[in-house]
Design a protein around this ligand. Structure first.
Ligand code: TRP
Ligand code: SF4
Length: 340
């Protein structure tokens, strides 16, 4: 689709915290893949945001950035359609962050509810260290506002946990416009998906630190092993007891997320009739998940084996992002009244 025919521009970022799992795939990546046909897209790896909590453990930062890009490409983000870039390669974002930090009242950042969750994470650094909450960390929502406003987008695809940040972005945009008597910044709206969050195999929140996740990059055997650990109907003792898919906490949720309507119905009926043992059921489920991921995993392998192609995709994305943001920053400088 030609740029002009697209519905507008969007930007979204992800912190490089490690390889992505099926929760990311269903909740975020599939949506990004869909959106790339409809919008002019800028998708970036938020490596500066990683520093807000991990400034003292950067040993795996580069690798984590690379893995996000590989997972995105594997999932089907098409560099012909969407721009993939690295936040720290696009300096106009940092410049805008300075202007926005001047006009953002201190209490707006201090009351940001999402930061409270992140503070908990700071205490859980992998190496057991407990860094303090820094000045840069408090600026998390301001930096995020800069990410969004430096493209002046209409929409920001995010998970529900990020909506508070988009609210601050809108507040900051409005305040900037008021202070400098301009209508430069649009008030970006969140684009939410209604995919429910996929649980980890143990029924808790899916995440690598809980060892309950299935990674896009896992091999089939690892995936099968993990799926076999999925919680089922806890009330069911023997395999020919009638089961209740509604009480099957994790396995049936995965069936619903990955299988066709028809297949889901079959699993449900056989489970209720006591004709389906949980072990066999999960083995079949693992095969179904592996099937869905096969082409994605092949694509990931391809990009792993062709690093120069990935480098070029990022270089091009960086360049396009720099160009788009530089245009907006020129206007920002003029509106603020900087010496030119
Ligand atoms: N804060 C987001 C997260 O933790 C990542 C992010 C940074 C982001 N800047 C952004 C998302 C701008 C959307 C737009 O997931
Ligand atoms: Fe869940 Fe399948 Fe066991 Fe039924 S048979 S309880 S759906 S794992």
């Amino acid at each position: 689709m030609k740029e002009q025919q697209k519905k507008g521009r969007i930007v979204t970022g992800m912190r490089p915290t490690g390889k992505l799992h099926l929760g990311h795939y269903l909740g975020v990546l599939k949506n990004m893949v869909k959106l790339q046909d409809e919008y002019e897209c800028f998708f970036f790896v938020a490596d500066w945001h990683a520093l807000t909590t991990k400034y003292n453990s950067t040993a795996d930062l580069k690798e984590n950035v690379r893995n996000i890009v590989l997972d995105w490409l594997a999932a089907g983000i098409d560099p012909e359609k969407a721009n993939i870039y690295i936040q720290s390669h696009v300096l106009p974002t940092a410049e805008l962050h300075i202007y926005l930090s001047m006009i953002t009242p201190q209490n707006w950042v201090e009351r940001d509810p999402t930061l409270k969750d992140l503070v908990k994470m700071i205490k859980n650094n992998d190496d057991g260290s407990r860094p303090d909450v820094s000045y840069g960390f408090l600026g998390y929502p301001v930096l995020m506002s800069a990410d969004i406003l430096c493209f002046n987008v209409d929409y920001v695809p995010v998970g529900i946990d990020q909506v508070a940040h988009i609210e601050i972005t809108r507040d900051i945009a409005r305040r900037f416009n008021n202070i400098y008597k301009t209508d430069l910044f649009k008030e970006a709206k969140p684009l939410l998906t209604n995919t429910p969050m996929l649980k980890g195999v143990d029924g808790q929140k899916m995440g690598k630190s809980f060892h309950n996740d299935i990674k896009i990059s896992d091999d089939e055997e690892t995936t099968t092993k993990t799926v076999m650990k999925a919680i089922t109907d806890r009330a069911r003792a023997r395999k020919d007891d009638p089961g209740n898919p509604q009480n099957c906490e994790v396995a049936f949720e995965y069936w619903k997320a990955f299988a066709s309507e028809e297949k889901i119905k079959q699993v449900q009926e056989e489970c209720i009739a006591g004709k389906r043992g949980c072990v066999d059921c999960k083995r079949e489920l693992a095969a179904c998940i592996n099937e869905e991921l096969r082409s994605i995993r092949e694509r990931r392998k391809y990009y792993e084996q062709h690093p120069e192609i990935v480098d070029e995709i990022i270089r091009q994305g960086d360049e396009n992002a720099r160009k788009a943001t530089a245009e907006i920053l020129e206007k920002v400088r003029a509106v603020v009244g900087m010496y030119d």
